[in-house]
Design a binder for this molecule. Structure first.
Ligand code: DGT
Ligand code: CA
Ligand code: CA
Ligand code: ZN
Length: 567
């Protein structure tokens, strides 16, 4: 983490702890403001001599910044943290609990951590608190249950960079000839139980030593010359299996899984009078007929190479040819992105430059609409000004097309957050649900259908509004949405942000089977959000998406024609 971001999150935490402690609103806001300034700061804070010169940073905040940069801590924050029960901060992870409520729970119901919160719900203490309705308590219970169910697995956005770092670190160890990650991560699942790494080496002791002493290892669970397992400080477990180079393909296939896929492939081998395991594929005479590469293994079984993302034990063994699944390089545009006009961190021009660097021919500026107050959504007047600013930027920046768009809220009843006359002025309209995400399935279906059928809507953004491990989102009747999207030629988004991945893999499959078009977007609020595109691609591939069904793969002219489609 850069010093800017690290400090920004420390000031955010400072503000939270102040609020829990009952500090004045003025003091809390001052800390929130500094957190924002630091997050948006382009230069490295460590290189700034006098932080007080930054707008929004006062004398005492500047002193804290300096203290942190020189000592690595802020004494006042440490003292403050020591003055409140440590478990109160854990409560902040419960969706729907903010610092104000946490303070009330602590002061009025003796709640100090998650276990005492559960006890307080169970024994009725919460219910007896003034201004604490049954609905609020039910929401807290739901969030607690969701938090528990989700905590065992990690999001792919957290696991992937760790696995890649482990692989790039270990491939430099002397003797290592092959190393790759396998398991659910290689299959691109949205959450990962543990990271599985496979390696071949002529010096297993050396590799085991390097693995067990990797940075971040807090516990060595297994240490041997064929298998090691460690726990990292982030809580994730990493398994390493050291296999013979000759059998790398067989081992990679086995440990990539899924278990269900392995079972199906093994049954196929048995029908052919062969035996399949993690060491190879063997014929009736026990001679190894394939083990080097996965491709050779599948070929000998009479199968095309099956991309890891399809190996879920579904219909993947029925394919005759390897499908040309979508790849990162196929994406030529990003059609859902934010700027400083709403809650993004980039200007229109900076956003366009980022998109250009990534080889896109088009970027759509789709800031939030008026009802998204917390995201600084644009009033109709501001949107009109924004459209003209975007058009101006489009003239000024060469080598990329900038579309004027909006991410317009879909209200609970399906109405859109701007009048049609205003929406008609835009190049592109992404309509997304942001609020009322707990409405029942019937209402959610009607709501989304109305948006899909709206003639000015091009894309439905993050259709369910789920956030992994935090909230389940809407639960509409997906097949009827897919059918409507196909009929109206409205694209459904795969929001590539690894917190969302919405549509999810199984939805993508359903949508394209129904004939709907897909759009994969990063929903970028900052430059590095573009790096999340890969997770959207993995999700798309798990849904068997090919580039011809994705509007982000169209050429500029074809995209403009698609946007102008009548429906
Ligand atoms: P995860 O870690 O829960 O996200 O999911 P995976 O798929 O990575 O599962 P994991 O780590 O337990 O095992 C890695 C692979 O090893 C798995 O995908 C398939 C293979 N494997 C593990 N246990 C078995 C088994 O009992 N039978 C078969 N056929 N394969 C197995
Ligand atoms: Ca695994
Ligand atoms: Ca494992
Ligand atoms: Zn957005």
């Amino acid at each position: 983490m850069s010093a800017n971001r690290e400090l920004s999150s420390i000031f955010q935490k400072f503000a939270t702890v102040l609020e829990i402690s009952g500090a004045s609103g003025f003091k809390i806001n001052a800390h929130v403001k500094v957190a924002r300034v630091l997050e948006d700061l382009v230069e490295d804070i460590a290189s700034i001599k006098d932080p007080e010169a930054l707008p929004g940073v006062g004398k005492s905040s500047a002193a804290k910044i300096k203290e942190y940069l020189t000592t690595g801590e802020i004494k006042e924050l440490d003292e403050l943290l020591n003055s409140i029960p440590a478990g109160l901060l854990d409560l902040m992870q419960v969706q729907g609990l903010g610092p104000k409520t946490v303070r009330r729970l602590w002061q009025e119901a003796d709640v100090v951590d998650i276990p005492t919160l559960k006890a307080a719900i169970a024994d009725g203490r919460l219910e007896s608190m003034p201004r604490m309705g049954k609905k609020t308590i039910d929401n807290i219970s739901d969030s607690l249950a969701f938090l528990e169910g989700a905590s065992a697995r990690s999001r792919i956005g957290d696991a992937m960079p760790i696995a890649e770092l482990v692989v790039t670190t270990l491939e430099k160890i002397s003797g290592v000839s092959k190393i790759e990650f396998a398991g659910s991560l290689r299959r691109g699942k949205e959450t990962i139980g543990d990271i599985d790494i496979l390696a071949s080496t002529i010096e297993p002791e050396l590799l085991a030593e390097a693995f067990c002493t990797l940075k971040g290892v807090t516990k060595v669970l297994v240490r041997g010359v064929t298998k090691c397992a460690v726990r990292l400080d982030c809580g994730m477990q990493v398994d390493l299996r050291i296999v013979e180079e000759d059998a790398f393909g067989a081992a990679l296939m086995y440990f990539t899984g899924s278990k269900e896929h392995n079972i199906m492939v093994r049954e196929r081998a048995i029908k052919q009078n062969k035996r399949l395991n993690e060491y190879g594929l063997f014929n009736a005479q026990e001679a190894c007929v394939a083990s080097h590469t996965e491709r050779a293994m599948y070929e000998d079984l009479g199968l095309p190479f099956i991309p890891p993302e399809l190996r879920e034990g579904k219909q993947e063994l029925t394919i005759e040819h390897t499908p040309e699944l979508i790849q990162l390089e196929d994406i030529k545009s990003d059609l859902h992105d934010h700027t400083i006009a709403s809650d993004g961190h980039l200007t229109i021009v900076a956003l366009a430059e980022e998109a250009k660097q990534r080889g896109f021919h088009t970027i759509a500026v789709t800031d939030h609409s008026q009802s998204s107050v917390q995201a600084n959504g644009l009033s109709p007047e501001r949107l009109l000004q924004h459209i003209s600013d975007i058009k101006q930027a489009n003239e000024a920046v060469k080598g990329i097309n900038i579309l004027a768009g909006s991410e317009v809220d879909i209200h609970a009843d399906g109405r859109l957050d701007y009048e049609d006359e205003l929406l008609a002025l835009l190049d592109i309209v992404v309509a997304s649900p942001h609020s009322a995400l707990k409405q029942d399935s019937k209402k959610a279906t009607a709501r989304l259908l109305k948006a899909i059928e709206h003639p000015l809507v091009h894309i439905i953004g993050h259709p369910t509004g789920r956030v992994l491990g935090k909230r389940p989102g809407l639960d509409p009747d997906m097949p009827s949405l897919f059918a409507a999207a196909a009929a109206c030629n409205t694209a459904l988004e795969i929001n590539a942000n690894s917190w969302r991945l919405d549509l999810r893999d199984t939805h993508v499959r359903g949508a394209i089977d129904a004939g709907a078009m897909i759009s994969i977007n990063t929903d970028a609020h900052a430059a590095n959000d573009f790096d999340q595109l890969r997770y959207g691609i993995l999700t798309a591939r798990r849904g068997w998406l090919t580039p011809d069904k994705c509007i982000n793969c169209l050429t500029f002219d074809a995209l403009m024609a698609w946007l102008a489609r009548s429906c």
